[in-house]
Design a binder for this molecule. Sequence first.
Ligand SMILES: Cc1cc2nc3c(=O)[nH]c(=O)nc-3n(C[C@H](O)[C@H](O)[C@H](O)COP(=O)(O)OP(=O)(O)OC[C@H]3O[C@@H](n4cnc5c(N)ncnc54)[C@H](O)[C@@H]3O)c2cc1C
Length: 311
Amino acid sequence: MLRQVLLTLSASTQARELIMANPLTRDVVARFVAGETAADALTVSRRLIADGLDVSIDFLGEDTVDREQAAGVAEEYVRLLGQLSAAGLAGGGRAEVSVKPTAVGLGLAEHGEKTAAENIARIAAAARNAGTTVTVDMEDHPRVEATLRLVAELRADFPDLGCVIQSYLRRSTDDCRQLAEASSRVRLCKGAYKAPEGVGLAAKKDVDLSYARCMRILLDGPGYPMLATHDPRLIAIAAARARQSGRGQDSFEFQMLYGIRPAEQSRLAADGARVRVYLPYGSDWYGYLVRRLAERPANLAFFLRALATRH
Ligand SMILES: Cc1cc2nc3c(=O)[nH]c(=O)nc-3n(C[C@H](O)[C@H](O)[C@H](O)COP(=O)(O)OP(=O)(O)OC[C@H]3O[C@@H](n4cnc5c(N)ncnc54)[C@H](O)[C@@H]3O)c2cc1C
């Protein structure tokens, strides 16, 4: 219900202005989002990398409605990668980028898949020049097949192109088996979307069990697993399984979202693990913020209280 209210508000520019005008809610935004510009993303990346963390930067664009806009998003990533390279942050993959297929055209009524593939190829070429990588985010379940297909095709030219598996989907253990091949970079997450009963798992317990199964397949395989979760139990299982599989600390990584469990991010990195922080920036931060708040009622309650406080 509260989430619905916030989502409805997200259409309103006034709501965004209200949030940015209030120092308390502005601080909440700053906790989860680097800022509105590429310069903001660079500043935060520099700080995180200096603290021993890696980053994957996500440009939060507006809903992409035509080919020009999709090309504009790709252009933003190409510029960002150039800036990361010039700042010495991209080498060795310290800062990479995450790209949503619909932001670069997948959702377009005509030639959506082709447009997205061309734009991701441009970004991947720029990433290669900068000495780093791209991970293709996974969106809602109707996009999964097309996204996996375009990643598989692009991997012929860009073998290090990363993809994402969501454990809430019933198909995911099979997908992990297929993707657990030499040098393939696979991010495993629980999934931020909903799917109908036959397609997705509804109970949290089942999603967690599926995550553990997928994680085991990836860690036992020859690829490079990227374990994206804040769940303390799954992180402990991952660390134990990696030891059992004889994996070195640099043969897989943990990933967490910017602003969520930062102390745990630092602890894992201090223990020698590779930890990558998913760092969003851009003017369209509202939908992203609502998803993060909705995942945790305590955050949402704090945010609404802050919003109601006059300053
Ligand atoms: C690096 C990264 C990339 C992602 N990429 C994608 C993607 O491409 N596609 C996709 O569908 N989803 C993606 N996600 C989102 C993911 O699917 C989940 O929605 C999100 O990570 C919450 O799941 P969890 O594994 O942390 O487990 P949960 O069961 O949600 O949380 C476990 C514990 O983590 C802590 N926690 C979780 N969320 C919060 C929060 N907002 N604030 C404070 N504490 C919190 C709490 O202690 C909680 O008990 C990504 C997540 C990460 C970390």
